[in-house]
Design a protein around this ligand. Structure first.
Ligand code: ADP
Ligand code: ZN
Ligand code: MG
Length: 497
C-alpha cells in the first residue's frame, strides 16, 4: 500500500491541474424522533447497551413493523428544506445482507421509490455561490452498533448493542456536482446547518447522528465523461472528509498518470496514517437483492400534508442571511456569522428589537459576547447576558454615556455577575458626567493649542500624555470620566500627524 507522502510529492502542481475532481456525497442523518422507526423503543443515546430493544427491533420471527409517523414528517421536513419533490407514493424495500448488527438479515430502506427526489442546496466557496443537486432522500432504519472495545472479553469476542437498531435515518444522496474537497466541506456544512435549523437531527458526528460517505473520481479538464469512482467510508469529521478527498484525488491522478487504471471499489480512510485503504470491490445493487417490503404499506403523502409540513418550516439559513443583509444593513460576513445557528440569529434580532442599532449589536455579539461564551464553554442559549441586557449596554455606549472601553469592562462584569449595565455603571461610578462628544471637543482644542507637546509625544515622550489628560480634565472642570478622557485622547493622538 503506497503512502500519501511520496505520491503527494511526486505529482507536480501542473499535472494535478490537468485533472478535475468529481465528487458526490451520501450522507446519513439520524432523525430526532423519541422512538424508533418501526417500534416504540426509545432512541435515546448513551443508555446501557441492549436496554432499548423489543421483539420488533431485534428482528424476532413473527413480529411486524409499524411505521412511525413522526419519522416520515421529519424526513418530509428535510426533503422540503432541501428543495426536493416529495413523491405522492413511496415504498419501503428490503436490502438484504448478512451482518451481526442486522438481526433480520435485511435492512428496511427505500429503493426504486424513495420519499423525495430532485432537490438542491446552495454552497459558497471563495465568494462564489453554487448549487449542488440532490438526487434523492430516502428513509431507512439504522443497524446496531458493534462494540469492539471495553468489555472483559473484547480481545476475542465482538459485542453488539442493539439500542441503535431501528433508529430512523434519512440518506441524502447528492448529484456528482461537487468539484473540490473545499466544496465537499461546504456542502456538508450547509447540509448540517439546514438539518439543525429544521430540527430534523442534532447532527452530532461523535454520536454518529451525521455520517458521510464520499464518492470521488477525476477526469481530464474538459472531458465529458466521468472517471471511475471510488467510495470512501469512515469519514467521521469534516476535516477527515476534506483530507481523505485530497488524498484520494492525488492517488487517482497518480494511477492515471502512470498509465494505470482505477478499479471501482470501497476504501476506508485511515486517519492515523493519512491514507485510504481498499476495503472491498464495490458492491452492486443486485448484490442486495432488493425487493419491496411486504410487511409495510406504501407511503402516501398528499398535497395537504405536504403543505402543512412546508408551512411549519422555519426560515432557512440562506433566506435569513439575505434578510439580515437587506433589512439590518449588516455585512454579508456578519450575516454569515450571526445566522450560524438559529439561536444566535434569534439573539441578534432580540438585541435589535430591544433598541440597539443593528451594526453595533452585530459588533458587540461577535467580539465580546461570542469570545466570552467560547472561553466559558457556554452556548448562546445559556448566555448570562440576555439580549435585552446587551441592548441596554450598547445603547449606553452609542449615546456616549459611557465609552466603548468602559462598555467592555461593564460587559465583562455583566457576564460574570448577571447584573445590568445601568446597575454596574451606577455602582462603580463609570458614567460620564460629560458626554463623549463634549470631551472630544475639549480634547481637540487642547491638541490644537499645543503643537510642541504633540511633537514631543510623537517623538516618544509618553509622559506628555498626562499633560493632555490634565488639560482636558481642566477644560471639563474635572467632571469628565478619566477613562473616557484617556480613550478619546489616545484615539485623537493616534490620528494626529
Ligand atoms: P452507485 O450505483 O455506485 O451507488 P450512484 O450513481 O447511485 O452510484 O451514485 C452514488 C453517489 O456517487 C452519488 O452521490 C453520486 O453523485 C456519486 N457519483 C456517481 N458517479 C460518480 C463519479 N463518476 N464520480 C464521483 N461521484 C460519482
Ligand atoms: Zn424495539
Ligand atoms: Mg446508488
Amino acid at each position: 500500500m503506497a503512502k500519501s507522502a511520496p505520491e503527494a510529492i511526486l505529482i507536480a502542481a501542473e499535472i494535478l491541474a490537468k485533472y478535475e475532481p468529481v465528487i458526490g456525497l451520501e450522507v446519513h442523518v439520524q432523525l430526532l424522533t423519541k422512538t424508533k422507526i418501526f417500534c416504540g423503543c426509545s432512541t435515546r443515546f448513551g443508555d446501557p447497551p441492549n436496554t432499548n430493544v423489543c421483539p420488533v427491533c431485534l428482528g424476532l420471527p413473527g413480529t411486524l413493523p409499524v411505521l412511525n409517523k413522526r419519522a416520515v414528517e421529519m424526513a418530509m421536513r428535510a426533503s422540503l428544506a432541501l428543495n426536493c419533490t416529495i413523491r405522492e407514493r413511496s415504498r419501503f424495500a428490503r436490502k438484504n445482507y448478512f451482518y451481526p448488527d442486522l438481526p433480520k438479515g435485511y435492512q428496511i430502506s427505500q429503493y426504486e421509490l424513495p420519499l423525495a427526489t430532485g432537490g438542491w442546496l446552495e454552497i459558497e466557496v471563495a465568494g462564489a455561490r453554487k448549487r449542488i443537486g440532490i438526487t434523492r432522500l430516502h428513509l431507512e432504519e439504522d443497524a446496531a452498533k458493534n462494540l469492539h472495545e471495553g468489555f472483559s472479553q473484547s480481545a476475542t469476542k465482538a459485542y453488539i448493542d442493539y439500542n441503535r437498531c431501528g433508529t430512523p435515518l434519512v440518506e441524502i444522496v447528492s448529484e456528482p456536482d461537487i468539484r473540490s474537497p473545499e466544496e465537499a466541506y461546504a456542502y456538508l456544512t450547509a447540509l448540517r446547518q439546514i438539518m439543525l435549523y429544521t430540527g430534523v437531527s442534532d447532527c452530532n458526528m461523535e454520536e454518529g447522528s451525521l455520517r458521510c460517505d464520499a464518492n470521488v473520481s477525476v477526469r481530464l479538464r474538459g472531458a465529458q465523461e466521468f472517471g471511475t469512482k471510488v467510495e470512501v467510508k469512515n469519514l467521521n469529521s469534516f476535516r477527515f472528509l476534506q483530507k481523505a478527498l485530497e488524498y484520494e484525488i492525488e492517488r487517482h491522478i497518480g494511477v492515471l498518470e502512470s498509465g494505470g487504471r482505477l478499479s471501482q471499489e470501497t476504501r476506508l480512510w485511515n486517519q492515523a496514517e493519512g491514507h485510504t485503504v481498499s476495503m472491498r470491490s464495490k458492491e452492486r445493487a443486485h448484490d442486495y437483492r432488493y425487493f419491496p417490503e411486504p410487511d409495510l404499506l406504501p407511503v402516501h403523502i398528499g398535497a395537504a400534508w405536504r403543505d402543512e409540513v412546508l408551512r411549519s418550516l422555519p426560515e432557512l439559513p440562506e433566506a435569513k442571511r439575505a434578510r439580515f443583509i437587506s433589512s439590518y444593513g449588516i455585512t454579508p460576513y456578519d450575516a454569515e456569522v450571526l445566522t450560524n445557528t438559529r439561536a444566535l440569529a434569534d439573539y441578534f434580532e432580540a438585541v435589535v428589537k430591544a433598541g440597539a442599532p443593528a451594526k453595533a449589536a452585530a459588533n458587540w455579539m461577535q467580539t465580546e459576547l461570542l469570545r466570552r461564551l467560547k472561553d466559558s464553554g457556554k452556548e448562546i442559549e445559556a448566555s448570562p447576558v440576555a439580549p435585552q441586557a446587551l441592548a441596554e449596554l450598547v445603547k449606553l455606549v452609542e449615546s456616549g454615556q459611557i465609552t466603548g472601553n468602559v462598555g467592555k469592562k461593564v460587559f465583562a462584569t455583566m457576564f460574570e455577575s448577571g447584573r445590568s449595565a445601568a446597575e454596574i455603571v451606577a455602582a462603580e461610578g463609570l458614567g460620564a458626567q460629560v458626554s463623549a462628544s463634549a470631551i472630544e471637543q475639549a480634547a481637540r482644542e487642547v491638541i490644537a493649542k499645543n503643537p510642541e507637546n504633540i511633537a514631543k509625544f510623537k517623538a516618544g515622550n509618553e509622559g506628555v500624555f498626562k499633560f493632555f489628560v490634565g488639560q482636558v480634565m481642566r477644560a471639563t472642570r474635572g467632571q469628565a470620566n478619566p477613562q473616557a478622557v484617556n480613550d478619546i485622547l489616545k484615539r485623537l493622538l493616534s490620528e494626529t500627524k
